[in-house]
Design a protein around this ligand. Structure first.
Ligand SMILES: [Zn+2]
Length: 165
């Protein structure tokens, strides 16, 4: 296994699990005062883009509506449209800032499908680089991320602010 530089050294990152739905981290982040603390990189009209605090890869983003809804069937038309817009914006921002070779974009709908937070839908945008699975086992609790979250937030926040869809 390759050893990568990791700012917090060998941190064992536990995957987010929401045992109690009363505390929804997406709602909390959206309501929060500090986008830097909650890792929100872009706020749209109906939806927002937030970094995954437990990323599968550097630059792992999530696009979610502000409204606490659990299914794509509950989305309003303007939310649906904006989600697609923000997914495209995310690909653009990550592309310009990190030049990945590809992306995984997707939604886990329902807990059995792997949704850690089942009742507030969010689309994942995971940038991929050729060979990244060599050192990033997909089904593992341990992740080594080459850049600190704060640094990634600064880069993406500023990149998003300069983009137009
Ligand atoms: Zn929520």
């Amino acid at each position: 296994m390759k050893i990568l530089w990791a700012p917090w050294r060998m941190a064992y990152i536990r995957r987010f699990s929401s045992g109690n739905s009363s505390k929804c981290f997406l709602c909390e982040a959206a309501r929060g005062k500090s986008d830097e603390e909650s890792l929100i990189v872009f706020r749209g009209e109906n939806c927002f883009v937030i970094m995954n605090r437990f990323p599968y890869n550097n630059g792992h983003l999530m696009v979610a509506p502000y409204r606490h809804v659990g299914s794509i069937l509950d989305l309003r038309e303007e939310e649906s449209a904006e989600i697609m817009k923000l997914l495209r914006l995310s690909v653009k921002a990550l592309g310009e800032e990190y030049r990945p070779d590809g992306y995984n974009i997707g939604l886990n709908l329902g807990r059995v499908a792997g949704a850690g937070l089942a009742d507030h839908i969010h689309f994942h945008v995971v940038p991929r680089w050729a060979g990244d699975t060599n050192f990033m086992p997909v089904i593992s609790e341990t992740k080594v991320i080459p850049e600190g979250l704060e640094e990634t937030w600064r880069r993406l926040k500023s990149r998003f602010s300069r983009l137009r869809v």
